[in-house]
Write a protein of this length. Structure first.
Length: 134
């Protein structure tokens, strides 16, 4: 039996790879258009194995191993208008509110992220797409 995603997303398989949701794939398509239009460059879909940001190293305490805490955004690219590197995460309003670890991980990432890098949070809400540059 196939395991149900906890946020009821359906994975999308394309020639560009596998995306965690239709919304994430839609955003990737928008970013490709921005790249073709010369607004961004070096678009990369982040890989959960190789593009992890380590938020806290793992450690042992009283013989118990505590795992490393990591964060992987969905995309990275260079924004030519802002002249800055961007790491971007796409969230639906439902996953943003439902993922209790997300706000904590986001704060830990922002604490360590250079001011030269923009963390762009793209949220699909009932009102449309909301883009927050942090």
């Amino acid at each position: 039996m196939k395991k149900q995603n906890k946020y009821f997303n359906q994975k999308v398989k394309t020639s560009a790879g596998v995306f965690d949701s239709k919304g994430e794939y839609s955003r990737y398509s928008q970013l490709l258009l921005l790249q073709k239009a010369g607004k961004i460059k070096e678009l990369k879909k982040q890989d959960k194995k190789t593009d992890k940001h380590i938020l806290q190293e793992g450690f042992r305490r009283n013989g118990k191993k505590h795992q490393t805490i990591t964060y992987t955004a969905d995309y990275s690219y260079f924004d030519l208008e802002k002249n800055k590197q961007v790491i971007e995460d796409y969230k639906s309003e439902f996953t943003r509110k439902g993922d209790k670890a997300y706000p904590i991980k986001k704060k830990l990432l922002l604490k360590d992220l250079s001011e030269d890098i923009i963390f762009r949070e793209v949220v699909k809400s009932k009102k449309g797409i909301i883009i927050n540059d942090l």
